[in-house]
Design a binder for this molecule. Sequence first.
Ligand SMILES: [Zn+2]
Length: 412
Amino acid sequence: MTQQIEIDGASPWDGVATERDERPSRIRISGGRIESLLPSGSSSSDGEGVRVFRYSPTATVLPGLIDCHVHMSLDPLVFSADEQMRIPSEKVWAGMQQRALAMVQAGITTARDLGAGKWMEIALRDRIGRGELPGPRLLCVGQPLTSPGGHCHFWGGEARGDEAVRRVIARQVEHRVDWIKVMATGGVFTKGTDVSKPQYDEAELRGIVAAAGEHGRHVAAHCHGTAGIRNAFASGVRTVEHCSFAGSDGFGSDFDPSFVPQMVRDDVWVSSTVNATWGRRREKDGKPTPFWERMSTCLGALRREGVGLVASTDAGIPGVQHHQLPEALAVFARYAGLSPVEALRSATSEAARALGLEGETGRLQPGLAADLIVVEGDPTLDLSALLRPRLVVAAGRVVFEANWDLARERAD
Ligand SMILES: [Zn+2]
């Protein structure tokens, strides 16, 4: 049973506006949906069975956050793919439940899982969707398509040639995936693959997009190298993951500014997987690192040209925890030169558009799912407010409530 909830007194940011609305609001939630959004002080509907949460106008209520790229099944403390694959399924499942809880309690109310081998994340998606487990709404891809021996081949999605590609896609659809993922270049964590080299050419990617489209699925393409990025943009995929312009000197070393104007599309988004650990890679011995200089140049150019950018972390890869999108957003803003509001949109309304969920979540609007967070402070001015959550409601359920007054009393 979802509850009837009222959130009263916080100042709203709707997921789109250029600033927070300074008029305190009263938000009514019923049946898992936002029922109304009115000025605070308008006739109270306090009734029996309504849980009321009151805040001061210094607090902000905003849409729950969306991470466009995670791996629920991967343990970020396990550093090799071989070791990940040896973890027994029961242990993987227990870890997935813990990660889902940590994510939603940190304010991440939607996430897209971009690959695993055994479709366990689909079972997790369904159990969260039925209200049996706390966690973010999940979209899942199952086994990513990859070339024989290619990036993450151990997940089982190897395919070369139209027939094999169609077979792998049909298998994912049978397991009820939401999206199709393709590894368009090599990847960092698979030995023997080359991040700078394409795994499929443009014609092959077009074939994959067409086959996925026949099943009504969009395609997410993992791309590091520039040739792979070009192929992906030419082929009709909907999100380009990483987009790191990786060359022989690492990420950003093969950046091609002349290609950036072609990346501005209404229906293609770059999901750049800037995670919280990138914050520590900005400086060394008090000097900016080549990594920072290259990646801030790439991402800054995309942002200035108006390329659609959505927030994502690749949580699950070594050292990248699942609940850290709030920290990662500030780092992403730094690298891409985003204002706090632009960074927030990339993790709310824009992310929802990229994922095809704009009719479901990503904004504070009556009729949409009640996915929202209350934080202390104004994140449209300072993203660190996201690290001070007071309340998280996911699909109409209260999944986190911080009672700071009580904590303070106890400390006295
Ligand atoms: Zn990934």
